[in-house]
Design a protein around this ligand. Structure first.
Ligand SMILES: [Fe+2]
Length: 246
């Protein structure tokens, strides 16, 4: 019994996040949303991404009409400044920018104008309210796919009204939505229910992309503790994980 239980509980080797190459969800452009507050913050976080093994980050500032009125000029302007700072200090990591769109009417206007910030194969990251399922979500998905965009639902595990609602999750998949998971949900930092939901999504093999959703340096420190987490090993080793293609 002793030998076997030791075998089963054998700790995993710490994994290198470099095997997925690219992070696809973060808030690293200083001063434009609730993420990084200064260029110094941004450089510290980028340094840590590099130490964790990442080769590239696609940062995704919030675009939310009531709180973060960002647009193409603000985000790309900020990106240029970050790239200059990266060069100055000699970091190797690459950075691109897109956005995390909140499903409000401003988002629908931008879809109508085909004016969205994308990454990869026309990928669009969008998020929902944490309080309630938005009434317009099916309409938004239809508008996105009709306009030729590939919608990605941000941190699918974090919406309390979808926890263990597998029919709802299936419905998103059937409508052509890809699912992104926050690795930090696996620490339990967002609560036990969210942690369990994240584990189940991985067990059911429903996750297409993973992200740090890094707003602050602490989020990356938390990821250190995930290097030996078995669910993290499972998802990072998934051959079809789309982070590896970006
Ligand atoms: Fe985010």
């Amino acid at each position: 019994m002793g030998i076997f239980s030791n075998l089963f509980n054998k700790p995993l080797e710490p994994i290198d996040f470099g095997i997925i190459k690219t992070d696809v969800h973060s808030h690293l452009i200083p001063g434009i949303d609730d993420g990084s507050r200064s260029m110094e913050d941004t450089l510290n976080m980028l340094h840590k991404f590099q130490d964790l093994g990442y080769k590239k980050v696609i940062t995704t500032p919030h675009i939310m009409s009531d709180y973060f009125n960002n647009n193409r000029e603000i985000i790309y302007g900020g990106l240029e400044k970050v790239r200059e700072a990266i060069q100055k200090v000699g970091l190797q990591i690459e950075i691109e920018a897109a956005a995390e769109y909140y499903t409000d009417t401003m988002f629908q206007d931008l879809i109508g104008k085909k004016d969205l910030l994308t990454f990869g194969k026309n990928y669009v990251l969008f998020e929902l309210s944490f309080q309630y399922e938005p009434a317009n979500v099916k309409e938004v998905i239809f508008e996105l796919t009709s306009a030729g965009y590939q919608p990605i639902l941000a941190h699918v595990e974090r919406y309390p009204y979808y926890v263990n609602k597998w029919d709802k999750i299936e419905d998103y998949i059937n409508r052509g939505v890809l699912l992104q998971l926050n690795l930090n949900s696996l620490t339990g930092g967002y609560g036990k229910d969210i942690q369990k939901m994240a584990q189940s999504l991985i067990e059911r093999d429903l996750i297409d992309l993973v992200g740090s959703d890094c707003h602050r340096f602490e989020h990356l420190m938390a990821m250190e503790s995930l290097k030996t987490n078995k669910y993290v090993h499972q998802i990072l080793n998934k051959p079809g994980l789309l982070n590896k293609t970006l």
